[in-house]
Design a protein around this ligand. Structure first.
Ligand code: PLP
Length: 370
């Protein structure tokens, strides 16, 4: 069989060879970045280079970058350590945001999966308690981009702070932390071709972080624990690479749109979630009516194609996708949605193979139903 086709970049992007080399080199160099001897200082220098590279990717001040053990930890730190009396989160946030505060108030989204800033304004009006609002920049399942700048504007007017999960957006669309106006952002290395298990909390005010992990004074006292030098270095290298390739990534939308048009032509009843809203250029979630997502993923896997039935972060649990539920998609359709996410190495041939596999499955299941 020909080489496997990987269309699951939103779960984890393939690691850039340059990032893998940088990880390898940093690991072999070793040393603790807190040590004052020469090898320790070299490790520290590697971390500081990576900090600048990650900051550059999102237009932030390097002093505001706190390296964490991934996007999940960054979201948890931003929310659990905010000290706010109220936490408001959009209904389509990643689970690392939704479950960070069990008392969080949920902000609705419209049928395209876009959070309603006016609902936020109403929720904040006339309540004197301190508040933190969490709205992601782009949804991991649908790719739908959220009006974060507008959310931040409303929040600021109402005296609330904003945290933005930019894990899926960074490296895929231009992200400028200052103009978006949130107080903090979460990033994750493995979504941009860096290693897994490393991410960052990006702070507008470098001294504003509450501590989630207690211990030593690493990361200027904002995240205890010996630094993951190799992971951070790989993150920095990946950030540098994807920052240079944003235009190339934008071109994926033409490939993605053509793919969706072909699927809709194969089955006029198939439809794509959130396609009337602004989306990431690489993400597509399409419903194949009558064929459950898990069956689609398995059939594609047998054809050598890796796709996803929604969030891969939830370890294969079959459940109604809450993002689609929040958008008002009916249960039968929601259970038949397939997420395809393209990336830097996706080729038109690979998309042709996916469309052929999808069409073949459609024909086989349609026959069974008839
Ligand atoms: N936020 C979003 C939007 C994600 O898609 C993910 C992972 O899928 C995370 C946060 C969690 O990041 P990590 O896997 O680095 O913990």
């Amino acid at each position: 069989m020909s080489a496997r086709v990987y269309l699951d970049y939103n779960a984890s992007a393939p690691v850039w060879p340059e990032a893998a080399d940088a990880v390898d080199e940093a690991m072999r160099a070793g040393a603790n970045a807190s040590s004052i001897h020469a090898p320790g200082r070299a490790a520290r220098a590697r971390i500081e280079d990576a900090r600048e590279s990650v900051a550059r990717l999102v237009g932030a001040d390097p002093a505001g970058i706190v390296f964490t053990g991934g996007g999940t930890e960054a979201n948890n730190q931003a929310i659990r350590c905010s000290g706010a009396e109220r936490v408001l989160v959009s209904a389509i946030e990643h689970e690392s945001v939704l479950s960070a505060d069990e008392k969080a108030e949920i902000l609705p989204v419209d049928p395209e999966g876009v959070v309603d800033p006016e609902a936020l304004d109403r929720a904040l009006a006339g309540d004197a308690r301190s508040a933190l609002v969490a709205v992601m920049l782009a949804n991991n399942e649908t790719g739908v981009i959220q009006p974060v700048a507008r959310v931040a504007e409303i929040a600021r007017r109402r005296g609330a702070r904003v945290h933005c999960d930019a894990v899926q957006a960074a490296g895929k669309i231009p992200v400028d932390a200052a103009s978006l106006g949130a107080d903090s952002y979460a990033l994750s290395a493995h979504k941009i071709g860096g290693p897994q298990g490393v991410g960052a909390l990006v702070l507008r005010d470098p001294d504003a972080a509450g501590r989630l992990i207690h211990g030593g004074g690493q990361e200027r006292g904002r995240r205890a624990g010996t630094e993951n030098v190799a992971g951070v270095v790989g993150f920095g290298r990946a950030a540098g690479i994807v920052g240079e390739r944003l235009e190339e990534f934008a071109r994926l939308s033409a490939l993605r749109d053509a793919m969706e048009a072909e699927l809709h032509a194969v089955d006029p009843e198939a439809w794509t979630v959130g396609d009337r809203a602004p989306r990431l250029p690489n993400t597509s979630m399409t419903v194949m009516p009558g064929c459950e997502s898990a069956a689609q993923v398995i059939a594609m896997d047998l054809d050598g194609i890796a796709v996803s039935a929604g969030s891969a972060c939830s370890s294969g649990r079959i459940r109604l996708p809450y993002v689609l539920e929040a958008m008002g998609v009916d249960e039968a359709a929601a259970m038949c949605a397939l997420r395809v996410s393209l990336g830097w190495w996706t080729t038109p041939d690979e998309i042709d193979r996916f469309v052929a596999s999808w069409a073949d499955l459609r024909r086989r299941t349609a026959r069974r139903v008839a």
